[in-house]
Design a protein. Structure first.
Length: 153
């Protein structure tokens, strides 16, 4: 299994360069896409995909471990419900060869999800880290996903 953790600009460029659109994304049967955008996103963070499909999930949460007030409003942490939804999506797509995921920087939120996917499917840590050297996992996201996995054993 290949796992690619990207920043938002790189993700959008990959989608455009491979002519992947909302209309044809399900024809990419060997790949699934995980899009994580902040709740207080700017125009630069407008999701590439507008809604979920069988091989696409769009989640909205910020790179924090609890909800808090910031200058633009209230930033939201990943919820247990979002972790459950993401875990079910990952399980449903276990047959995919490739997971392509992003958050704004491609480091923390998507890094935690990529790390979890690699761990869940028993992937090689060295290969994952070599492919995604920028990853530094958001512990809150990783903890929630591991909690959901433990509930499903």
């Amino acid at each position: 299994m290949k796992i690619y953790v990207l920043h938002k600009t790189a993700f959008d460029e990959v989608m455009r360069s491979h002519n992947i659109t909302m209309e044809n994304v399900e024809s990419f049967v060997g790949t699934c896409f995980i899009s994580i955008v902040g709740t207080l996103f700017s125009n630069a963070e407008v999701p590439f995909f507008s809604f979920n499909k069988s091989n696409v999930i769009v989640l909205r949460f910020d790179d924090i471990d609890h909800d808090c007030m910031v200058s633009g409003g209230i930033a939201k942490a990943m919820t247990i419900e979002q972790a459950r939804e993401l875990f079910e999506f990952i399980k449903r797509n276990a047959n995919k060869e490739t997971f392509i995921l992003h958050c704004a920087a491609g480091i923390s939120r998507s890094g935690a999800v990529g790390y979890f996917i690699n761990e869940y499917f028993g992937g090689d840590w060295e290969t994952f880290k070599k492919t995604n050297p920028q990853v530094y996992s958001n512990i809150h996201v990783l903890t929630l996903l591991r909690k959901i996995r433990a509930e499903n054993v």
